[in-house]
Write a protein that binds this ligand. Structure first.
Ligand code: FAD
Length: 458
């Protein structure tokens, strides 16, 4: 990028334009995943939608490559490209709650924790992801699932409208009445269609919830998964419970007796009457008595930020996911083998339920293409030490390859990592792909926005 382009951007924008010679450059190009080490020509920190429009226009007119940064949590580090320009929304944060209308307007660079906190002040919330430092933008555009999915659906299911800067520098508001096709595509289609500067969500009543954690020894994983696959789908929507393979962290609420042990378990979130949680969970003995069982009422934002300290920025990550409509006996054999082989203390496998309310949205109503899935699974190799990067990647890929034949064939776009093929993107969108490609042709015919899990224009 030549000096004149840089000068033009600096003159046109209110936010700072950070170039390689600037002291903030390394911090500005840092993704959450420390395996990503890209060197953009500039990072443009936008203050508002006007900055985003200016930046999009200048990047396009000068033939530069664009990337868009929400919370920088994507496993593939999609918010940075070598030699390109990142439109960084991180200064654009803020949540305005209308408690009467039960809506929240959320700026494009806002992180989940800020949304959770602002809505909680009114006893309201949005179903979202389980780590509060994740960007609202990327999570919502890919779908978004978490502790409230069975009760209130995907994050994208609560979206009422989105303000979008398009590839030609235009600005549109997409909702059920205007730009309906774009609104459909934004609910699952990822960052393909423009830069979303603001989201409006419908909010739901959620206040204090009951968090639960139940852990069993890893050698009982077969019994636990056989029980879990029957129990959860018929449990009330008020109960969410994601299955996990983990190494127990040496911290409260876990007793020393389980610290550092490889175990399997379920993380529960109960949104019904507080007093009923223990009754609903009284069945956790069914696969054999757990070594640890804990429940506690907590404010919803506390549950949402519970894993933040375990997963700070700067760790090595390699992950892959798939959707599952059932947990087969063959899949359980694969889990049993690879859980024993978890290579590092933070490496993990999660199965997030995507049934309940998420199943009650008609398949054709949003771009999210797996309304018939019961779980969204992710295998994540994670470690602070770059020397372990190859080991966590190998474990993840081998585990995924062994498990994939038991899946529905495609994975969640937000759990795609580096090195996944275009076939995988098609697998994510199934028979929605062609309609997404049509919408892409309308709003981005030249595929200007391609630093994403890309949908090529029809
Ligand atoms: P970014 O890397 O900034 O963006 C991701 C993609 O979206 C990129 O292609 C980017 O260009 C595009 N994008 C970002 N902002 C915009 C915008 N405003 N307009 C247009 N395009 C944009 N997912 C879940 O569903 N549930 C979870 O519980 C969950 N937990 C997670 C926990 C951790 C620790 C991490 C690292 C990820 C988790 N995820 C979860 C996955 C997460 O949804 C994705 O990584 C998501 O892409 C993150 O969005 P982001 O804005 O932070 O990322």
């Amino acid at each position: 990028m030549d000096g004149t382009a840089l000068e033009a951007m600096r003159a046109a924008l209110r936010g700072p334009v950070i170039a390689p010679q600037d002291p903030e450059y390394d911090e500005a190009r840092t993704a959450h995943n420390a395996m990503i080490d890209r060197r953009p020509a500039a990072v443009v920190r936008c203050r508002d939608a006007a900055d985003v429009r200016e930046a999009v226009g200048l990047i396009r007119d000068r033939g530069l490559e664009i990337a868009v940064r929400g919370g920088a949590h994507s496993g593939a580090g999609l918010s940075f490209v070598d030699g390109g320009v990142t439109v960084d929304l991180s200064p654009m944060t803020g949540v305005t709650v209308d408690p009467g209308a039960r809506t929240a307007q959320v700026a494009g660079g806002t992180l989940l924790g800020e949304l959770d906190r602002a809505a909680h002040a009114f006893g309201l919330g949005v179903p979202a992801g389980i780590v509060s430092t994740t960007g609202v933008s990327g999570l919502t555009l890919g779908g978004g699932h978490g502790h409230l999915t069975r009760k209130y659906g995907l994050t994208a299911d609560s979206l009422l409208s989105a303000d979008v800067v398009t590839a030609d520098g235009g600005f549109v508001t997409a909702d059920e009445r205007e730009h309906q096709d774009l609104f459909w595509a934004l609910r699952g289609g990822g960052g393909n269609f423009g830069v979303v500067t603001s989201f409006t969500f419908g909010l739901h009543p959620v206040d204090t919830v009951v968090l639960g954690i139940t852990l069993w020894p890893l050698d009982r994983i077969r019994d636990v998964l056989q029980w879990y696959r029957e129990f959860l789908p018929q449990a009330p929507d008020d109960l969410n419970g994601f299955f996990a393979e983990l190494t127990v962290p040496p911290a409260p609420p876990f007793p020393e007796s389980v610290h550092g042990r490889k175990m399997c378990g379920v993380v529960w979130c109960w949104t019904g009457e507080e007093g009923e949680a223990e009754k609903v969970l009284s069945v956790v003995d069914a696969p054999g008595p757990p070594d640890f069982h804990f429940t506690a009422p907590m404010p919803y934002p506390a549950v949402q930020s519970m894993f933040d300290d375990l997963l700070p920025a700067g760790l090595q990550w390699y992950w892959r996911g798939d959707f599952f409509d059932r947990i087969t006996d063959e899949a359980i054999d694969v889990h049993a083998a690879f859980a024993q082989a978890m290579p590092t203390a933070l490496s993990t496998m999660h199965m997030y339920p995507v049934d309940g309310a998420a199943h009650r949205v008609a398949p054709q109503d949003t771009a999210w293409a797996y309304r018939d899935a019961t779980w969204s699974g992710v295998i994540a190799g994670i470690d602070p030490d770059p020397a372990n990067a190859e080991a966590i990647k190998r474990w993840c890929v081998e585990y995924w390859e062994a498990l994939h034949p038991q899946s529905m064939g495609g994975g969640y776009v937000n759990f795609m990592g580096t090195g996944e093929s275009q076939d995988r993107v098609r697998g994510t969108y199934r028979d929605h792909y062609d309609r997404l490609a049509q919408v892409k042709r309308t709003y981005d015919p030249d595929n200007f926005f391609h630093a994403n899990q890309n949908i090529a224009p029809a």
